[in-house]
Design a protein around this ligand. Structure first.
Ligand code: HEC
Length: 129
């Protein structure tokens, strides 16, 4: 009897320890919507100029400018981005798919919400809108 209680207590304490580990891990998420799952992802009216270009400006253009494009990839303007949107490299790189270089290079993956927006933009034909 004495033994059982001790085992139960041990089990309970282990459960608490494991749970706290999971909760601490939450701090490492740097994407807003992963930290606060209630923040909605607005995927209505995705356009190049209002949705996609700002994401590129924020995370990509420092390395992929027209003037000095890493890997000959330009994300700074529509024509450049259209090339990699069409040949599959934009999707492959930002989603870290195998066979593609993971982007942004050396930085955190784009948020799930921004990845969704990029996906929608591409699926609708990566228009210059
Ligand atoms: C710190 C610099 C840096 C940043 C920031 C960066 N890239 Fe890159 N990117 C590179 C370099 C260097 C290459 C070429 C070498 C390679 O493929 O790894 C490259 C290659 C690529 C390629 C070609 C990948 C392939 O597999 O052929 C694409 C597409 C791309 N980047 C898109 C992006 C997008 C979109 C972003 C923003 C989400 C981004 N990059 C952010 C440096 C960067």
């Amino acid at each position: 009897m004495e033994h059982r209680i001790t085992n139960k207590r041990l089990l309970f304490l282990s459960a608490i320890a494991i749970l706290s580990l999971f909760m601490m891990q939450g701090c490492y998420y740097d994407n807003e919507e992963e930290m606060y799952p209630s923040v909605p992802c607005d995927t209505a009216n995705v356009t190049y100029s209002n949705t996609i270009a700002p994401i590129m400006a924020d995370r990509c253009n420092t390395c992929h400018s027209q003037a000095s494009p890493s890997g000959q990839v330009v994300t700074e303007n529509y024509n450049g981005l259209k090339v990699v949107a069409t040949d599959g490299r934009l999707q492959g790189s930002v989603n870290h798919l195998s066979g593609y270089s993971a982007m942004p290079q050396g930085g955190a993956k784009l948020s799930a919400c921004n990845l969704k927006k990029i996906d929608i933009w591409i699926r609708k034909g990566s228009q210059d809108n």
